[in-house]
Design a protein around this ligand. Structure first.
Ligand code: BES
Ligand code: ZN
Ligand code: ZN
Length: 506
């Protein structure tokens, strides 16, 4: 698909369909662009508004077939909600809704007009992201009824400099393709996407996007002492892998030479192990590597955008299965950090593999770390599929991560990581146990992880509720969302730009 920028007035765009966002309460009289649109549609827009058929509500769609005084052969109006509340997430959503609607009708080229109410960079970028994310197809293995209709050309029209517009479109494409790369990995069945296959796809990606890669096998992990990670992998016939990607900038900023590490949970299938999960919904547990996929997606984009800060991407990949060799409740494992862990429930496996991966990130010299994981069912209960949870040990760094998520259009909500929760992890036999009981499951999981970051600024993002969409939306298919990719990329770019915070200096 081709994506182009244009500064032409909307009526001159050479496309099948012109897409325009309409806000609530807009009329041809109170909004000049609606006035013009009304004239060029021979009064249709005004009469649709007058009859309340067109109200500008989010996801509302109005399709006009024969506009008269313009080059596009159709006009698609997408509701944008309240004008004062318009954000780039709204643009992403409107563009996604439009692209999905038009693709279904077999149209080939789509124009999208960026309203002058929006700032150029975030809106043009969000429009491209919305289109590419909206068109993502989850039917990889369909041999019949496969949808063969594609949009071939997208033209984004905006006022302002063409240069700035084209830069925004370029960034939008990189971010959206990285997100779709992650979604594609998450969508794969676990029979195909084993830990070894995940590592091999990471390898292909690394060589294509100029990243260094190292893959540790079980023997190497044993020599290093990664007892927690290996304990999880024991029950499976698929050997575990530890994927380590490195992006090294050509010219790092003087104060940014120590890397930030992104660590993602890569459980390619979570059966629960000996603490076996109930059958209902177990098929979904192929998405338990969504954190790892997000890290790989982010590294892909970082390899293209090349910010001036070194970044490591670490993905512990394993399958959690029951077998005669599997770890059992009551086992005590020794983690890479030296801390011992009593395994009460083998289904709390994510924190075990992350414990060793986080320690390893510190050993490799990370000075800040973010981990992403489909870690707890409790997070799904607390925040549903709208917000991901974020917790951490450093206020300025958390603020930085939340700022990045806002730029990315991904919603994070903070939960308290108070020392008082640590008591729930106390074990009689070992340094800590791997579950903290029924209360505050997302927080005790984070509290567990905090034991393995050696005091460096760290943020943990629980994406259990947000990595997989159970019902499709007008702007997004069901299935993998790719959550986290864009937040991590924005974070890396932010860290490359701004002044170090007090903790970074200290
Ligand atoms: N992968 C699951 C968490 C999960 C649940 C992700 C639902 C996505 C949707 C994780 O490994 C797990 O099983 N967690 C347990 C922890 C419990 C045993 C303390 C959970 O949340 O039930
Ligand atoms: Zn589990
Ligand atoms: Zn899991």
């Amino acid at each position: 698909m081709e994506i182009k920028g244009h500064r032409r007035p909307f009526h001159e765009l050479d496309v099948d369909v012109l897409t325009m966002v309409v806000f609530e309460e807009e009329t041809p009289e109170n909004t000049p662009i609606m006035g013009e649109l009304n004239e060029r549609t021979n009064g249709i827009v005004g009469s649709l508004i007058a009859s309340s058929e067109l109200r500008g509500k989010p996801d509302e769609i109005t399709y006009i077939h024969q506009p008269v005084a313009m080059r596009p052969r159709r006009v698609l109006l997408v509701g944008g909600g309240k004008k004062e509340q318009s954000t780039s997430e709204g643009v992403r959503r409107a563009a996604g809704t439009a692209a999905r609607y038009l693709k279904e009708r077999g149209l080939k080229s789509m124009g999208f007009f960026c309203r002058s109410e929006w700032a150029l960079e975030p809106s043009a970028r969000a429009a491209v992201e919305g289109v590419l994310l909206g068109l993502f197809d989850v039917g990889t293995y369909k041999t019949q009824e496969k949808d063969e209709r594609f949009l071939e050309e997208i033209v984004i029209a905006a006022e302002g400099s063409l240069d700035a517009l084209e830069r925004a479109l370029h960034r939008g494409q990189i971010l959206a393709k990285a997100t779709n790369f992650a979604r594609n990995l998450v969508n794969e069945p676990s029979s195909i996407l084993t830990p070894a296959e995940l590592a091999s796809r990471a390898g292909e990606m690394a060589s294509r996007f100029n990243l260094d890669i190292e893959i540790l096998d079980e023997q190497q992990m044993r020599e290093l002492g990664m007892g927690a990670l290996l304990a999880v992998a024991r029950g499976s016939d698929e050997p575990a892998k530890l994927i380590i990607l490195r992006y090294v900038p050509e010219e790092p900023r003087a104060d940014q030479r120590s890397p930030v590490a992104f660590v993602g949970k890569g459980i390619t299938f979570d059966s629960g192990g000996i603490s076996l999960k109930p059958p209902k919904g177990m098929e979904q547990m192929k998405y338990d590597m969504a954190g790892g996929a997000a890290v790989l997606g982010a590294m892909r984009a970082i390899g293209q955008l090349r910010p001036p800060v070194p970044v490591m991407g670490i993905v512990p990949a394993a399958e959690n299965m029951p077998s005669g060799r599997a770890q059992k409740p009551g086992d005590v494992v020794r983690s890479l950090s030296g801390k011992t862990i009593e395994v009460i429930n083998t289904d709390a496996e994510g924190r075990l593999i992350l414990a060793d991966a986080l320690t390893y990130a510190c050993q490799l010299g990370a000075r800040r770390v973010v981990d992403l994981a489909t870690l707890t069912g409790a997070c799904v209960v607390a925040l549903g599929s709208v917000y991901a949870a974020v917790l951490g040990n450093d206020e300025p760094f958390l603020a930085e991560v939340i700022r990045a998520s806002e730029a990315a259009g991904e919603r994070l909500w903070r939960l308290p990581l108070d020392d008082a929760y640590r008591d729930q992890l106390r074990s009689e036999i070992a340094d800590l146990k791997n579950i903290g009981g029924r209360k505050a499951g997302t927080i005790t999981a984070a509290s567990f992880l905090s034991e393995f970051v050696q005091g460096i600024p760290w943020a943990h993002i629980d994406i259990a509720g947000t990595a997989w969409l159970e019902e499709k939306k007008p702007y997004l298919a069901t299935g993998p969302t790719g959550i986290g990719v864009r937040t991590l990329v924005h974070l890396a770019e932010q860290l490359g730009q701004h002044h170090p915070s007090p903790t970074e200096e200290g």
